[in-house]
Design a protein around this ligand. Sequence first.
Ligand code: BGC
Length: 972
Amino acid sequence: MTTNLTINTLTCEYKVNPIGLDIRKPRISWKIQSDRRGTMQTAYRIQVTENDQEFTNVLWDTGEIHSDQSIHVEYKGPALTPQTRYYYRVKVWDNFGTESEWSEMAWWETGIFYDAEWKAKWITPHPNEVDPLSEPAFLLRKEFKLTSPIRSARIYGTGVGLYELFINGDRVGTDLFSPGWTSYHKRLQYQTYDITEQLCEGNNAMGIVLADGWYKGNMSWENKRHIYGDRRAAYFQIHVKYEDGTEEIISTDATWKASTGPILFSEIYQGEIYDARLEKEGWNKPGFNDKDWHGTTVQDMPITHLVAQENWTTQVTEIIKPINTFVTPSGDTVLDMGQNMVGRIRFQVEAPKGTTIILKHAELLDNEGNIYFGNLRKAHQEVKYIAKGEGVETFAPHFTFQGFRYVKVEGYPQQEKGLISENFVGEVIHSAMEATGKFECSDPLVNQLQQNIVWGQRGNFLDVPTDCPQRDERLGWTGDAQVFIQTALFNYHGGPFFTKWLRDLKAEQYPDGGVPFVIPTVVEGANAAAWSDAATIIPWEIYKTYGDKRLLSEQYESMKAWVEYMRRQGPDEYLWAVTFNFGDWLALDAPSGSYSGSTPKDFIATAFYAYSTRLLRNAAEVLQKEEDVEEYNSLLEKIIEQFNHEFVSPSGRLVSPTQTAHVLALIFDLVEGKVKERTAVQLNELILQNNYHLTTGFVGTPYLCLALSKCGYHETAVKLLMQEGYPSWLYSVKKGATTIWEHWDGIKEDGSFWSDEMNSFNHYAYGAIGNWMYRVVAGLDLNDTAPAYKQIQIEPKFAGISLTHAKATYDSMYGKIGSSWRLTNEDIEIEVEIPANTTATITLPSTRLENVRESGALLDATAGIYKSYEKEGNVILKVGSGFYSFKYGNEVGFKVTFTEESRLVDVLEYKATKHILDQYAPGITNPPGIFAMKMKTLRELADFPEANLSINTVNVLIEELNKIEWDLAPVQ
Ligand code: BGC
């Protein structure tokens, strides 16, 4: 048999053909494709050349290395030269003795390595001529002559605040919001572009537009300005290589000219004012007359903190069209984008000179159908365009983004006759991360929830992970990022995104190990449980998902410093009782007037102290720091011991009766044995007593369903997911949400809003449920001890009749993983896809070996399955790579079975059962009966005179309930 063994998707430092890398030993990863099941790599060979596409002069040849490593293979050849392109290719051998062809060639290109390579000067308009504090964006320009034919050209550089670059009138690249947002004084990213095609022999011109951005514009609700500095400046150099081998550098210096232009104002929160009449036609092309322009001056600023672009750049990733335009009851003309999106509107208009068009962006319409700006607080989100009156003009703002679904339009010509929606499009803007995951199931509302989670991530991953994209925050809140991290890493590739952000976290960490609330730090405050733990949780999750040991090791001291910080707080080394904490933020059990739920703050703090210590211990293990493993293992044991002493009664009851307290104790493994069992029973009870509704906030919600499923209450978890009434995930979906809300009751049941003061409709925290949907409902998980999905765990979990199908796919470092299941009354079908060079353990629920067929054949006869056995009523398989299609009889069928032990609350759960109950015990289903008895078992009902049911009638009732023919959720 000839095997098709190929390599696809070569990446270097997570990226396909990255330009401007400053990593001296970049890591190469590849994905293997094979048409044979059970394919493992047994050896690889990498070749790297310096700028030689023919591979005749090989710089580094690993030879045949016997190893199954196919991710993060570190370059170990001769020292790399900066500003150089390296081509590489890979071949592999597999366990069947097949040798692949060489992969297609890929490349990376180094950027600037040494300070001495930087030749440019930081420049800004001369302050005597252009007021440095004035609002308009600055224009900087320079003409230069290139004397002979060009072989290649690059531009390296950066700016503070935000810049756009032009060469000979054309925009360089498509990146937005460059240079991105970092801890500017400690780390400032520079960008690299290949501009070979844009330059020409002869006269050339370069133009730079500079705006305030995060660097010096208004930030935070405190309206702070000039957080990083009060001068904008640019720093660029062009490197030209001529055909004859000579080189030339053109860079920013005091010979550049400066002016202002049509952008009169542009700020992250407030929007932009653009007067097209002030455009300077041809300013960024050669031959422009700049004699009226002002001079520039060299600004004394460091370059020692320049780092190459780390994150995915920010881009327009999708264009959407309005679904409607209408006039509100109060007379506003409004566009409806159909989706709460983040980005900007691009529009075209033909209007007389001086016509002013204003766009005001908002997320929602209020109860009366009027556009609602209240929750934006001090962020105006307003874009003003003044037409130049020369035919069709097209405009989109440059250095600002808006979070919105609705746009109020003012001044558009003839808008009173109705807006023509074709003249407007929404440009969706975020870090251009690779999409990696998909989840879908048989319930359309849950599918909408998944879409809302994805849109929430898109809207809030704009260079840094933010809390919200619309009001006067849009900040890198550590807690929000930590809460959402696992879900985020399913949906999109978070490697480069979080590498950058974690480096900022480390850079901003205080000398005592404390971690600020917000990274990059632009508001005061640090050291809150569940917020600052981002320092330990995120590096660990990145390591688990991508096997990024290098980043883990880079962050290790930061993780350790945070744990040591907690250890030093308060009188007891093993408890963390702090002065300030957010607690279970926005939990529904919050005392009136408070944002923090009822779970005691020291309970939460100590639970996270334990969790962070555990992750630090794990990291020490991975990095083979033996002493630390011992140290933090014993610290962890003592924290857990002290936690039990302080927060668990001698008979095993948690001191805090909240859902979140129970969730944390279970999910962080803080309780064991009988106490654990009791905690799990109690958690389930708390949910039932609350009629299958949650009360958790930011801290408890991400783990709520995970804790229930893990402790044997998966059906309760699924009921929470499927709950449509307030509060629940689907409540917002039913209310028309297209993103995740900050509050469970952002819009109340009567249609009114939660207070204006803090009511974002695009806040991803509660979207953290996505992690459980992928991992538990669809059953696509990994073995924690084998990072990057080297050992995959497929274990779908079914629950009653409400879900009949679920499917998740995830594009891992090794390739595509799939887990999909479908139930009918008769059969269970499970499809699994496992990428080459990985193995999987598959659990097929509720069946026996002899009942299972794979692609129609008995398991024994199936290639790729190494081991199969039965355990606790399930079939367990150890398999290699490949696509598997399993089918077996649904022995459980689609039934909800009732017994004397069933609870009244479960009978009240479904319309059909409630209807039957009504016939037998009229009145129970109404208050006060419902309150008094809903937690009782059906048998116990007979003991209650109010129920008016004998035990015989109860049994007849049970018989009737079990006769129901269940309608299945729609199978898609
Ligand atoms: C943000 C949150 C953040 C919180 C801190 C809010 O204003 O929007 O998401 O985590 O403050 O409690």
